[in-house]
Ligand binder design. Sequence first.
Ligand code: C2E
Ligand code: CA
Ligand code: CA
Ligand code: CA
Length: 278
Amino acid sequence: VKERGRNGMQMFRSEMADEARDKLGRIEELRRAIELEEFVVYYQPQTSVATGRITSVEALVRWQHPYHGLLAPDRFIPLAEETGLIVAIGEIVLRKACRQAMEWQRRGLPLRVAVNVSARQFLEATLVDQVASVLADTGLSAEWLELEITESLIMQDAKRAVERMHELKVLGMSLSIDDFGTGYSSLSTLKNFPISRLKIDRSFIREIPHDTSDMAITSAIVSLGRILGLEIVAEGVETNEQAEFLAQSGCDIFQGYLISRPLHAAGLDALFAAHSSS
Ligand code: C2E
Ligand code: CA
Ligand code: CA
Ligand code: CA
């Protein structure tokens, strides 16, 4: 029994060593990906409910991996966040997105671009300087940039988050709260945030029109946004029924597969043509 136990323990140890080696390998790969800029940015359009026009896009990162193909963010963002490498990846995404927004403007397409900011990035002391220098380098005017910050991140330390938001606002960009409805903000904290938009979390949209409490919550979020003078974005809009309900509730902006999946910039051109003349 003792012998078996020892073998078991050795097995356990060697599995842990394998796992640690594997993780180190993955971190190394991520480092290399940053160096070689293997990240590509996809863009998902956001349309105005009132006009049907594309007003803005959300930048969503993917990793063009040399062996594994195009990787979705959930395959590498958690490790990037854990190791702090997200700060470098975030800068790559921000730079590419701002450059792309400039390119669209040159072609007569004035689109605001929304970029996700992770917890690690948001709390990093260098964030404001980083954003300022990307704007300066790319020549993009800050009014065309929006930063998305999740509600749960903000609520970790609301006081500090508000300070950071004000620092960013000085640069002239707009801020939105992502995944709203999952993070327990109160009306009184929300009112102090210098934000322009609330993005209703996709989990509330998914079961519309089958889940009546999700529908009630969605309507309540829209009313709350109205009271605070915010624009309301519904994300994950997949069906006409959802769109109809959300439009009736008073949502301002739609984002979701119903309009388009996230696409690389070139893939969006046809969509721009369809949505600008209408
Ligand atoms: P998110 O910020 O909530 O982004 C929305 C996600 O929902 C995207 O997934 C988008 O493709 C997906 N989505 C949009 N419309 C629909 C729909 O109608 N149906 C369904 N089922 N899904 C829809 P994606 O691109 O895989 O990104 C996942 C998450 O990864 C993002 O969630 C965000 O938290 C994170 N992420 C993506 N890009 C970045 C980035 O550049 N920086 C950071 N820090 N995080 C990022
Ligand atoms: Ca987002
Ligand atoms: Ca979201
Ligand atoms: Ca999300």
